[in-house]
Design a protein around this ligand. Structure first.
Ligand code: NAI
Ligand code: MG
Length: 353
């Protein structure tokens, strides 16, 4: 089958790292005649906004719906408020295309030192609820008198939404032979929303008797991420907890330059979106020194989603080989190589697999 991919390079280092991911994907097409993918690039970024007064065309989401997946770089530019780039592009895509799972591998690649002492076997995934939870716009502010102001921010936890996320986590664990699912909670202090979360996770867990379930309070869990990250397999969390855990997870396995993510619509009613965890990195943009690994790995997650786990494995193995060889390293990894050097080295490594 032919896979149609919408490519949104975005701003800053986005286009720089997307270029390297495209190099890898084009190479795989060349090497494997059974891989049929077509790309269409869209320039919906801050320049587009400054020219057109909007960050994507009126029918932008309808256009994206015609694709099988979206490969996204990063967006954000000092000339445009983040309110526009995040809330008029990324959020509408995630929400309207019902990408309610945010999937982030936390894997310490061979050849990368963890900032934690003696850590070798960190390899788990975080499954974050991506559409509801603490990031709702329900609530408001009340002025009740002089110096009396109240802000109320509601958390929306639904039985249906939580069930879908929990089921995704257990299905993932089952499919990948993982032994445990860890649920992040705070039901000792948050007595409505987190209690419902726990109940639903427990119910879903009954359908997976061979998988062990842990319920950890979020404050303890962040400490365990640092003290014993090798013990986790699949971590499932609400939107806010998952957001925090993801950045911590990224830090324990070498940083933003190495962290991929997927925004998934598991039903495949709409395209899923694959993007690095990092942003547009204006501090290093234009210098050609960004690490493209997070973006290249994100495109591996895309291939896996499109049914080519075999090619995704080839990409990850090739990235590890380059890191082990230790000849090519971008500055974030302590070297002096360029973005393009890294992309080329990964391509050379792929040719050898
Ligand atoms: P950032 O992720 O862009 O950068 C944080 C730090 O990590 C910077 O020092 C940067 O140089 C470094 N870094 C990031 N990616 C790197 C890579 N591939 N290689 C080497 N170093 C890398 O986050 P920041 O600075 O908070 O945000 C910058 C802009 O990006 C803002 O406008 C923000 O809104 C936007 N942003 C966009 C995201 C998206 O498109 N999904 C996600 C996060 C931020
Ligand atoms: Mg975050």
């Amino acid at each position: 089958t032919l896979h149609k991919i919408a490519v949104l390079p975005g701003d800053g280092i986005g286009p720089e790292v997307v270029r390297e991911a495209m190099k890898v994907l084009e190479l795989l097409k060349e090497l494997d005649s059974s891989l049929h993918i077509d790309f269409e690039t869209f320039d919906w970024n801050s320049d587009y906004y400054l020219e057109n007064g909007r960050i994507m065309p009126k029918d932008g989401l309808e256009i994206l719906k015609q694709y099988d997946a979206i490969l996204f770089g990063a967006i954000g530019d000092a000339r445009v408020p983040d309110e526009v780039t995040i809330w008029q592009l990324i959020m509408p895509i995630r929400k309207q295309l019902q990408q309610y799972i945010n999937f982030r591998p936390v894997k310490l690649l061979k050849g990368v030192p963890s900032p934690l002492a003696n850590e070798k076997d960190i390899d788990f995934v975080i499954i974050r609820e991506n559409a509801e939870g603490e990031y709702s716009n329900s609530g408001g502010r009340l002025y009740t008198g002089l110096d009396q102001e109240i802000a109320v921010q509601n958390t929306i936890i639904t039985r249906a939404g939580t069930k879908k996320v929990a089921e995704f986590a257990y299905e993932y664990a089952k499919k990948h032979g993982k032994q445990s699912v860890t649920s992040a909670t705070k039901s000792n202090a948050i007595l409505h929303s987190m209690v419902l979360w726990d109940e639903v996770v427990k119910e879903v867990s009954k359908d997976y008797p061979s998988i062990h379930t842990d319920h950890y309070f979020i404050d303890a869990l962040v400490a365990y991420f640092v003290s014993r990250p090798q013990d986790f397999d699949v971590v499932v969390a609400s939107n806010l907890f998952g957001d925090i855990l993801s950045d911590l997870g990224s830090a324990v396995v070498g940083g933003l330059g190495l962290s991929p993510s997927a925004n998934l619509n598991p039903e495949r009613d709409f395209p899923s979106m694959f993007e690095p965890v990092h942003g547009s990195a204006p501090d290093i943009a234009g210098q050609g020194i960004a690490n493209p690994i997070a973006q290249i790995w994100s495109s591996a997650l895309m291939l896996e989603h499109l049914g080519r786990a075999d090619l995704a494995d080839v990409i990850v193995e090739s990235i590890e080989q380059v890191l082990l060889d230790n000849q090519v390293r971008t500055p974030d990894l302590g070297g002096t190589s360029t973005t393009s050097d890294m992309g080329t080295a990964i391509c050379e490594s792929i040719k050898k697999v």
